[in-house]
Design a protein around this ligand. Sequence first.
Ligand code: GLU
Length: 293
Amino acid sequence: MTSPFRQNPVFRFAPSPNGPLHLGHALSAFLNHDMAVAQGGLFLLRIEDIDLMRCTPAFEQGIYQDLRWLGLTWEEPVRRQSEHFFEYRAALDRFIDMGLVYPAFMSRGEIKAFVSEYESAGQSWPRDPDGAPLYPPLDKERDPQEVKALLASGAKHAWRLNMERALAQLSDPLVWLELGQGSETSIEADPAAWGDVVLSRSDAPSSYHLSVVIDDALQGVTKVVRGLDLFHATSMHRLLQALLDLPVPEYHHHRLILGPDGRKLSKSEGSTGLTVLRDAGCTPSDVRRFVGL
Ligand code: GLU
């Protein structure tokens, strides 16, 4: 539900500290910051560090340094997701109570083996918009007593959304307002394309999809400006917002900065790293120019 009260827009840039920022991040940060300034809104910075294995304090410090160098300022305090696991857990508990999630015990290797066995018969197994195979239905079909015993034995598991049941909760089609296509466009969400997504990982008490919708709501974010690589994720976010009765921001998915190979930049791509550019003598205005602003 959108708030009936007019409010100043709230933007956020939400990097994960699992590598150095590159030109793609700079574009996202500039766009969010510049729109916030132009619209008299707030610019928030959120550190998405639920992956405790890959995120490091050094990368987090690098984010602050790079953004400061670019001349950006943001609201304090910065929200760090690793300090809010209990909030994500509370949302997961709601899903457990609603019977919309189930413990998923298959490892990556087991999923892969299931898919290759299925595909060896000549038919392809469905993939999600990121190209990952949809989760096999085996855990959903387990006997409840067996599930109980597995949980009691401490078997490693994630919590996955039961997509079929989740969709059955909806009375209206899910849409979002997309501002990144020149004019305002209403986009129909297709969460089913994601299958039974993980809401709580086996190695972290949340997931990207769950924590991002909780945080956007808790922080009062009204405009989500992020790369087109997350366009399809918005379908999932709309579903979670509907199930948890959260407010719905407007979305603006912006163009991506591509590397020389025509692919989206990755954090290991040294030559486009902001720190590397700074050390090579580039200025923040050079960076604006490099990202086409
Ligand atoms: N943390 C995500 C990333 O680094 C961005 C999430 C978002 O903007 O929704 O790609």
